[in-house]
Design a protein around this ligand. Structure first.
Ligand SMILES: [Zn+2]
Length: 248
């Protein structure tokens, strides 16, 4: 358990160094057994933790070992473990670009990069839920039932894994993907992989491909081309209609 505590401290440091958390944001947990979980304490900077900032709790969130109170987002972590018995670690942070998408209410659910599709699945955006409540815990656990990364509306991101390092690296991948998605939106185009291509990716792994929308996103209105003559005719018709109305 001491080794896992050290790993939690290390991951906290990396989250802070990469700017994924500010002040006391974020929380980390690791499943030790069905009824024992190590988690970060509430009110501590993830960049400067020592072993007293990691506490042991049971599956109801009761403190088993440690002098500090467990993270206020612990219900969210416990709900995820309940929903996904393959998950052994959960990382929650507020990486700026991914959180920007979450605050803008924009999903990153397009199949753009093969590695991201294989690692995270389809990154969905959950509806908003109040921090630290059972409501948020339920929403997140539901959202992450099929994927390994999730955006929390107006809040941040959650990733899961079969080890703490895997959950952490998925957070890096999620933020990296958010940056790349942002660039495609700035450039005004997204070349999206079709469901057939995505199915081919998963053919080797033996697991089922997640469903993706094959429509490009970003453009609120459809673009179309119009010749100068067409435009002149449309304007001419409109003026004619206005004139006719005035005649009445
Ligand atoms: Zn948070």
């Amino acid at each position: 358990m001491n080794e896992i505590k050290k790993e939690i401290i290390e991951v906290g440091k990396r989250l802070w160094q990469r700017g994924y958390v500010a002040a006391n944001d974020g929380n980390i947990s690791v499943k030790i057994s069905d009824s024992k979980f190590l988690t970060t304490a509430t009110g501590v900077s993830k960049g400067f933790m020592d072993e007293s900032d990691v506490v042991l709790v049971d599956d109801k969130g009761n403190l088993l070992e440690g002098m500090k109170k467990a993270s206020s987002e612990l219900p969210m972590h416990l709900e995820i473990y309940k929903k996904r018995d393959d998950v052994l670690a959960v990382v929650h942070s507020h990486p700026p670009t991914a959180t920007g998408f979450a605050a803008a209410g924009i999903e990153m659910d397009k199949g753009i990069l093969p590695e991201v599709i294989l690692t995270l699945g389809n990154v969905k955006l959950t509806p908003y839920g109040t921090t630290g409540t059972d409501e948020l815990a339920r929403i997140v656990a539901e959202g992450i039932s099929k994927n390994n990364g999730l955006l929390l509306q107006n809040h941040g991101a959650v990733t899961v894994g079969t080890s703490l390092m895997q959950a952490y690296y998925r957070m890096e991948t999620l933020e990296h993907f958010a940056n790349i998605t942002l660039v495609t939106r700035i450039l005004g185009r997204q070349s999206v992989l079709g469901q057939e291509e995505i199915a081919k990716l998963f053919a080797k792994t033996g697991s089922k491909a997640p469903e993706f929308s094959d429509k490009s996103s970003g453009e609120k209105s459809e673009k179309f081309m119009l010749s100068r003559d067409d435009l002149t005719n449309i304007i001419y018709d409109i003026i004619k209609q206005i004139n006719n109305q005035e005649d009445l």
